[in-house]
Ligand binder design. Structure first.
Ligand SMILES: [Zn+2]
Length: 180
């Protein structure tokens, strides 16, 4: 089922989301709906608060771009992007590292705006799966970028919070308009 995507100004986008304590049938259905909604919107990631759910759950799919990473280790072994897509994670725990790099970002909840954001290039950590297993993931490139963007959503943080002071100033009027 395609879900409506929460837009900027909705207070749920600013909440620190609740831990998923148990993977119920509702969580499974929600995850399927989130993947469907992300694909339909031509997005590469979607977090639960973006569909109005206060939960630490997100989905990512970069299978259209198999060369978007230079490092991808799953449970300590080299893997292909396609092996783990769509990537679903609940209650993720990871570290960021490496050089900080700039990349343009957008968001399905702030559709009119794209802006450059600086983030660490690598992520490494544990991404619990719906079946109770844990994916130990280490990656960089676009995938590391999206994982950080989606995890920010689970903490009520949006990419517009991470742009430079000059860009913030430039976006101020547009954001005020979007907020309504
Ligand atoms: Zn977003």
């Amino acid at each position: 089922m395609i879900l409506p995507i929460t837009q900027f100004g909705d207070p749920i986008l600013r909440k620190r989301c609740r831990t998923v304590s148990e993977v119920t049938e509702e969580i499974r259905t929600l995850t399927e709906d989130m993947i469907e909604t992300m694909h339909e919107a031509h997005g590469v990631g979607l977090a639960a608060p973006q569909v109005g759910q206060d939960l630490r759950l997100a989905v990512v799919d970069v299978s259209h771009d198999p060369d978007c990473v230079s490092v991808l280790k799953v449970n300590g072994e080299e893997a292909e992007v396609a092996d783990i897509m769509p990537l679903v994670f609940i209650n993720p725990r990871f570290e960021k590292g490496g050089a900080r790099e700039r990349m343009e970002e957008g968001c399905l909840s702030i559709q009119e705006i794209r802006a450059e954001v600086q983030r660490p290039e690598m992520v490494k950590g544990t991404f619990p799966q719906l079946d109770g297993s844990e994916l130990e993931l280490e990656t960089d490139g676009l995938l590391a970028r999206i994982i950080q963007h989606e995890t920010d959503h689970l903490n009520g943080v949006l990419f517009i919070d991470r742009v430079s002071a000059a860009t913030k100033l430039m976006l101020r009027r547009e954001l005020k308009r979007l907020k309504g």
